[in-house]
Design a protein around this ligand. Structure first.
Ligand SMILES: [Zn+2]
Length: 85
Protein backbone atom coordinates (compact mmCIF):
# COMPACT_ATOMS: atom_id res chain seq x y z
CA UNK A 1 0.00 0.00 0.00
CA UNK A 2 1.06 3.53 -0.68
CA UNK A 3 1.30 6.32 1.76
CA UNK A 4 -0.16 8.72 -0.72
CA UNK A 5 -3.58 10.22 -0.25
CA UNK A 6 -4.09 10.86 -3.90
CA UNK A 7 -3.38 7.19 -4.66
CA UNK A 8 -5.79 6.07 -1.98
CA UNK A 9 -8.47 8.42 -3.18
CA UNK A 10 -8.09 7.32 -6.79
CA UNK A 11 -7.98 3.66 -5.80
CA UNK A 12 -11.19 3.90 -3.82
CA UNK A 13 -12.81 5.66 -6.76
CA UNK A 14 -11.75 2.76 -8.96
CA UNK A 15 -13.23 0.34 -6.44
CA UNK A 16 -16.46 2.27 -6.40
CA UNK A 17 -16.61 2.30 -10.19
CA UNK A 18 -16.04 -1.47 -10.30
CA UNK A 19 -18.73 -1.89 -7.69
CA UNK A 20 -20.97 0.14 -9.95
CA UNK A 21 -20.42 -2.40 -12.72
CA UNK A 22 -21.30 -5.24 -10.36
CA UNK A 23 -24.46 -3.42 -9.37
CA UNK A 24 -25.50 -3.21 -13.01
CA UNK A 25 -24.76 -6.91 -13.48
CA UNK A 26 -26.91 -7.81 -10.48
CA UNK A 27 -29.72 -5.50 -11.35
CA UNK A 28 -32.68 -6.57 -13.44
CA UNK A 29 -33.45 -4.58 -16.49
CA UNK A 30 -36.52 -4.46 -18.67
CA UNK A 31 -34.49 -5.36 -21.71
CA UNK A 32 -31.09 -6.78 -22.49
CA UNK A 33 -30.30 -3.78 -24.61
CA UNK A 34 -30.92 -1.49 -21.68
CA UNK A 35 -28.67 -3.56 -19.49
CA UNK A 36 -25.87 -3.63 -22.05
CA UNK A 37 -26.13 0.11 -22.36
CA UNK A 38 -25.96 0.66 -18.61
CA UNK A 39 -23.08 -1.77 -18.39
CA UNK A 40 -21.15 0.05 -21.05
CA UNK A 41 -21.65 3.35 -19.25
CA UNK A 42 -20.44 1.86 -15.97
CA UNK A 43 -17.38 0.48 -17.71
CA UNK A 44 -16.59 3.86 -19.18
CA UNK A 45 -16.71 5.36 -15.72
CA UNK A 46 -14.32 2.67 -14.50
CA UNK A 47 -11.96 3.20 -17.42
CA UNK A 48 -11.74 6.92 -16.82
CA UNK A 49 -11.06 6.33 -13.12
CA UNK A 50 -8.35 3.82 -13.95
CA UNK A 51 -6.79 6.24 -16.39
CA UNK A 52 -6.63 8.90 -13.69
CA UNK A 53 -4.97 6.45 -11.32
CA UNK A 54 -2.41 5.35 -13.90
CA UNK A 55 -1.63 8.91 -14.89
CA UNK A 56 -1.09 9.81 -11.28
CA UNK A 57 1.14 6.79 -10.67
CA UNK A 58 3.18 7.45 -13.75
CA UNK A 59 4.09 10.85 -12.36
CA UNK A 60 4.35 9.54 -8.88
CA UNK A 61 7.38 10.75 -6.90
CA UNK A 62 8.27 7.35 -5.52
CA UNK A 63 6.66 4.20 -4.23
CA UNK A 64 6.45 3.11 -0.61
CA UNK A 65 8.90 4.84 1.74
CA UNK A 66 8.35 8.21 0.16
CA UNK A 67 10.90 10.28 1.99
CA UNK A 68 13.63 7.79 2.68
CA UNK A 69 15.33 7.82 -0.67
CA UNK A 70 16.38 10.44 -3.09
CA UNK A 71 14.44 10.33 -6.30
CA UNK A 72 15.76 8.03 -8.96
CA UNK A 73 16.28 9.47 -12.39
CA UNK A 74 12.77 9.39 -13.83
CA UNK A 75 13.90 8.89 -17.41
CA UNK A 76 15.23 5.45 -16.52
CA UNK A 77 11.80 4.22 -15.57
CA UNK A 78 9.54 2.85 -18.22
CA UNK A 79 5.87 3.77 -17.87
CA UNK A 80 4.91 0.14 -18.57
CA UNK A 81 6.74 -1.02 -15.48
CA UNK A 82 4.86 1.48 -13.41
CA UNK A 83 1.58 0.13 -14.75
CA UNK A 84 2.44 -3.46 -13.94
CA UNK A 85 3.63 -2.90 -10.41
ZN1 LIG B 1 0.12 8.75 -5.23
Amino acid sequence: MFDCRECQRLESECDRAIEGIRAVVRERFISVREKVFALREAQEVRDSRLRLLYDHRRNHPRKSPVHKRKRAVPSQEFPALVLVS
